[in-house]
Design a protein around this ligand. Structure first.
Ligand code: ADP
Length: 635
């Protein structure tokens, strides 16, 4: 038996050496669990009684899943099977084979048919979840690894594959997609380009023609290459160009016709002085008949070009726009020059329009002479009137004085009839004296010989004085006079005599043109800050809105004198002329009331001279209101 066991042992050793799949093969004693023989001699008599492969292997063929071998400490799979001659016989030994795990892994790998870099291994590990992850293996190669816990084998099946190989298909796919995408894009772009060209080319041709037409070449036509919408567009465009051509030609003819009959000379010269345009009826003045003179130097077209015109052309070519007057062939021409610039604003020539202003110049000269003569005559008239008035006043004063003297004597003698005549002489004398004073004033004004005497005076006193003067006239026509003076009026610095004359004129007109009526004189101050009248303690009427524009136009403090009456009023058509000298209302008024038409003219002159103004409002039959605005302080 010893010999037999030894030979079996040799056999097993040889077997494991040749069949490297087996790590160790041994026979165990079925009763004790001792190693009877083993391919590893030193394991003989080793007690395996407690090993599961022994316990299970006694009963049946048993595969013990991966476990760490107590003998060599390596992960091992062990197959054990009872050896017995036949089914009923007693187990004589237990054949135990420890399998080499590396070999199993190789087998697994061979049988899976996976890639070159795939590593499959059963690993002895603790139970765990299935994992798939990217990491570097022990050799430092980036791998993708999947671990799966095989419960029935009590082992971890781990498969690793180089990332390079694992991702190769994905990379290949990406490349394929990229290349296909690129090719598709190129094809698409080419297709779109060709299509766009096909559509755009005719449109571009139309656009090109359109810009040339816009630049002035109206004889161009757009090519009609297709029968589609673009073709229709081209046809429509050509029709439009044709219409434009006809219209342009028509307009040109009309323009030429108009210009050739216009009493002007229209010309254009380029920088070298070559005539580019020469038109107009005015060419007759220069004796130019042949209008076919274009593209020739100006000297050739009109050899007598004066030096001043040459200089003017140079000025225009230097960029100036101006007008000048020249004498050409007995005619006086006003020529307006303007430089012609190209799109870049460079001067490329000049245009000119010449107009015959001979008649205008002559008329102006005649007018000037007439005006000077009229002014001279007016001055002479004013001087004459001033002298004459002076000459008349002296004897008149004598007549008035003597008539008063005689009247007193006649009164004493009791010659009442003669006394009444003398009073009439005296009144007539005074009336005449007033008229002469007016004439004298007006002539002095017109001759510019009025001297103002500016000093400070009390307005209320002035008004009281004036009221006393005009009172007899007011009474005479049965009128009632009301005076309203605002306390704030105070004093003013002006020409007292002229201010008095202004107010007397207005009040005496009111008294003259009002019968059995009411006359009001209101005086108040207007201040610059407010442009509003100071509230008058006695004046219940608000400031008349018609005054506002006039007041607003004034600067500084002003005194307002307003004379209202309930008299005959003035027709609206006379309102603008009553301030002119020698102008009166309608003829019937003149017949009834007499007068000279000088009072208001003098009044307005005085107002202006004192830096103020006068306005009037009137309603026929209802009355008139004259308002005078004078600066409180004359400057
Ligand atoms: P005269 O009173 O000498 O005719 P004026 O220059 O003073 O000259 O007046 C010109 C005209 O204006 C008068 O003739 C008259 O028709 C009109 N007029 C002036 N003041 C009044 C008034 N208060 N009412 C009506 N009409 C007037």
């Amino acid at each position: 038996m010893q010999i037999q066991l030894a030979s079996v042992e040799d056999y097993l050793t040889t077997l494991t050496r040749h069949k490297t799949d087996f790590a160790e093969i041994m026979l165990l004693d079925p009763d004790t669990g001792q190693v009877l023989v083993s391919s590893e001699h030193e394991h003989r008599n080793l007690d395996q009684a407690l090993e599961p492969f022994f316990v299970e292997g006694r009963e049946r063929t048993f595969v013990q899943s991966v476990y760490r071998s107590p003998t060599n400490g390596k992960p091992t799979i062990t197959i054990a099977t009872p050896l017995k001659p036949d089914a009923e016989a007693k187990v004589e030994a237990i054949l135990v084979a420890h399998l080499n795990l590396d070999t199993i892994n190789r087998v697994l790998l061979r049988n899976t048919g996976l890639g070159k870099t795939v590593q499959i291994a059963l690993r002895d590990a603790l139970p765990g979840d299935d994992v798939a992850q990217l990491y570097e293996n022990e050799a430092g190669t980036p791998v993708i690894g999947v671990s799966r816990w095989l419960d029935y084998r009590n082992a971890m099946l781990q498969v690793e594959m180089d990332q390079a190989e694992a991702f190769e298909p994905a990379r290949e796919l990406a490349w394929n997609v990229a290349i296909i995408g690129l090719i598709s894009t190129i094809l698409l772009v080419a297709g779109v380009y060709l299509l766009a060209r096909q559509v755009a080319q005719p449109i571009m041709a139309i656009a090109d023609t359109a810009s040339k037409v816009a630049a002035g070449d109206l004889h161009l036509t757009a090519p009609v290459v297709t029968r589609d919408e673009v073709g229709t567009l081209a046809t429509a465009f050509n029709q439009m160009t044709a219409q434009l051509r006809t219209l342009y030609q028509h307009m040109q003819e009309r323009l030429q016709l108009v210009v050739s009959h216009a009493p002007i000379i229209l010309f254009a010269l380029d920088k070298e002085g070559t005539v580019m345009l020469l038109e107009g009826k005015g060419l007759d003045i220069l004796g130019i008949q042949n209008h076919d003179l274009l593209k020739q130097p100006i000297e050739q077209v009109y050899p007598r070009v004066p030096a001043e015109v040459r200089l003017d052309i140079e000025r225009a070519l230097a960029g100036e726009t101006f007008a000048s007057v020249v004498q050409l062939e007995q005619a006086c021409l006003e020529i307006r020059y303007a430089p012609i610039r190209d799109e870049q604003h460079n001067i490329i020539g000049t245009t000119g329009v010449a107009m015959d202003i001979t008649e205008r110049i002559q008329a102006e000269a005649a007018l000037k002479t007439a005006k000077e003569a009229a002014e001279e005559a007016n001055r002479a008239k004013s001087t004459f009137l001033a002298n004459m008035s002076h000459e008349l006043r002296t004897p008149l004063n004598a007549i008035i004085g003597y008539s008063e003297m005689i009247s007193e004597e006649v009164d004493e003698l009791g010659l009442h009839h003669t006394a009444a005549d003398l009073v009439r002489i005296n009144h007539a004398g005074h009336h005449l004296l007033n008229i002469i004073s007016d004439v004298l004033d007006l002539s002095k004004i017109e001759a510019g010989k009025i001297d103002l005497s500016i000093r400070s005076f009390d307005v209320t006193e002035l008004i009281q004085h004036v009221v006393a003067t005009v009172d007899p006239m007011v009474q005479q026509n049965g009128n009632c006079l009301t005076v309203q003076i605002a306390p704030a009026v105070g004093t003013m610095q002006s020409d007292q005599t002229r201010v008095r004359q202004i107010v007397i004129n207005l009040l005496s007109n009111a008294a003259k043109f009002t019968h059995q009526g009411q006359i009001d004189i209101t005086v108040y101050a207007v201040f610059e800050q407010t442009h509003a009248a100071h509230t008058l303690p006695f004046d219940t009427r608000p400031l008349d809105p018609v005054d506002l524009p006039a007041v607003a136009a004034l600067d500084g403090d002003h005194i307002v004198f307003r004379v209202r009456d309930t008299g005959i009023g003035i027709h609206s058509e006379h309102l603008t002329t009553i301030f002119d000298a020698f102008v009166q209302g309608d003829a019937s008024t003149t017949r009834v009331y007499g007068g000279t038409g000088l009072g208001l003219a003098i009044t307005r002159h005085f107002c202006h001279m004192l830096g103020g103004d006068i306005t009037v409002e009137s309603t026929v039959g209802a009355g008139s209101t004259f308002t005078v605005y004078l600066p409180r302080v004359f400057r």
